[in-house]
Design a protein around this ligand. Structure first.
Ligand SMILES: Cc1ncc(COP(=O)(O)O)c(C=O)c1O
Length: 440
């Protein structure tokens, strides 16, 4: 393959969630992708250990998706999403609700996880208001939660750097404590034993604010972006029970968990807890075209479908809601997931994958390893006075050795496409192990 050089001016692009100056001094550009591998600008094959950004679950360069998108763009590039429709968005919604847990049977489209979260929060507020419970305006998130970067998402989110620069955020938001408890749960296999009682934080917030002021609670089934925090056994069920007791809606942010990461279609299936609303994005189109979708229970949809029929029921939507190209990509993606039984494949591989992760436990500076389905994390002790640098150096070393990983803080996250095979898993962890050993 021809060597592709770095553009000679990287200045104009202000990169997201990136140390711009550090990156531009030593850029890492990707120029091609097929199956499990990226091609880097210097012509190397790089094993994708994080499915892009947790989104390319079926692997890269899937012809079925590119053909569907190409067909659609030549047939109809765009159709207005307000007061008009096109067939694919309806076909896709039916396919999606077939995949969703029982009782969840409507889909509202957007373009990203952040938009899905804002949409779900607005749905929750409007739902209560329409039902005559307009005092339910409070939203509850969780420490260390990541729900994208909209003002709704950062308000219910629990990552200090994502919040502290941006003023007062939404008012009337409170947070549950996070569930990360390495003192009791370090090196747990799958769901940790300890921590179900942390769900009782919601009872405390009900006692503090009164249930009549609380609209919804939003959590990720597995918190991905803050370092793969697996829900303790019984935690999500307890949260569901408390929500039911007090008429509070439960929102699962499935942006990372959805579409096979946990070994089933959704985290809700794996953890056997059905939320009232589910936010999704990423794997819905295999990352090929931006798309998000909020899944809602029938009761929520039906609540909106009242009043005069000529009036808009939910004053919300995006120019690109249900974009034809995104729908085409999503339908092709769902076909691939089904034809190749990729969620079952993830479930079957998860033991091998998890064991390979846990085999790193005796390496220097490793203080915890966590796994569930096809996601794992290796937590490192931070270097004194230099938090995140150790993980960054490991990330760069692994990349130079041909494996792309993610790091947040001093945690390395591993979440490959679900098409990965055992030899590739071995290679991924061997490179990660060498990078950890080489990093003081
Ligand atoms: C759980 C969760 N919610 C929301 C988002 C935001 O998605 P997006 O970057 O598509 O806006 C992410 C992204 O990683 C996520 O992990």
């Amino acid at each position: 393959m021809a060597r592709i050089t770095v553009p000679n001016d990287l200045d104009a692009h202000w990169m997201p969630f990136t140390a711009n100056r550090q990156f531009k001094a030593a850029p890492r550009l990707l120029v091609g992708a097929k199956d499990m591998y990226y091609t880097s600008h210097d012509g190397r094959q790089v094993l994708d250990g994080c499915a892009g950004l947790w989104c390319v679950n079926a692997g890269h360069g899937r012809d079925k998706i590119s053909e569907a998108v190409a067909r659609q763009i030549s047939e109809m590039d765009y159709s207005p999403s307000f007061q008009m429709g096109h067939p694919l968005s309806f076909e896709l919604a039916s396919r999606l609700v077939e995949l969703a847990p029982d009782g969840i049977d409507h889909v509202f489209y957007c373009n990203s996880g952040s938009e899905a979260v804002d949409t779900a929060l607005k749905m929750a507020l409007a739902y209560h208001r329409i039902r005559g419970e307009g005092s339910r305006t409070r939203l509850i998130g969780r420490e260390r939660g990541y729900h994208g970067v909209g003002f709704g998402g950062i308000s219910v989110g629990g990552i200090v750097s994502n919040r502290k620069h941006f003023g007062t955020l939404l008012s009337g938001v409170d947070h549950l404590r996070h569930t990360h408890d390495p003192a009791r749960n370090a090196f747990s296999w799958g769901q940790p034993e300890h921590g179900a009682e942390l769900a009782d934080d919601l009872e405390r917030l009900v006692a503090l604010h009164d249930a009549s002021t609380i609209a919804a609670v939003i959590v990720e089934p597995i918190a991905g972006s803050t370092g793969v925090l697996i829900p303790p056994k019984g935690y999500l069920k307890r949260l569901r029970e408390i929500c039911d007791r007090h008429g509070i809606l439960l929102i699962f942010d499935e942006v990372i968990c959805g579409f096979g990461r946990t070994g089933k279609a959704f985290g809700a299936d794996s953890f056997e807890v059905t939320p009232d609303l589910m936010t999704t994005a990423k794997g819905i189109t295999n990352g090929a075209v931006p798309m998000g979708a909020v899944f809602a229970k029938k009761e929520i949809y039906d609540t909106f479908m009242t009043g005069p029929e000529h009036l808009i029921e939910f004053f919300h939507g995006y120019t690109y809601s249900g974009h034809p190209l995104a729908c085409a990509a999503a339908l092709a993606t769902l076909d691939i997931y089904a034809e190749e039984k990729l969620f079952d494949r993830a479930a079957n591989l998860s033991e091998y994958f998890g064991k390979a992760a846990h085999a790193l436990r005796d390496l220097p500076n490793v203080i915890d390893i966590r796994n569930y389905g096809m996601v794992a994390a290796v937590e490192l002790s931070p270097r004194a006075g230099e938090p995140t640098k150790r993980a960054y150096e490991i990330f760069v070393r692994a990349y130079e050795q041909g494996v792309l990983l993610r790091f947040t803080g001093d945690i390395i996250a591993i979440s490959p496409p679900l098409i990965i095979d055992e030899a590739q898993i071995d290679h991924l962890y061997a490179v990660l192990a060498e990078a950890i050993k080489a990093t003081a």
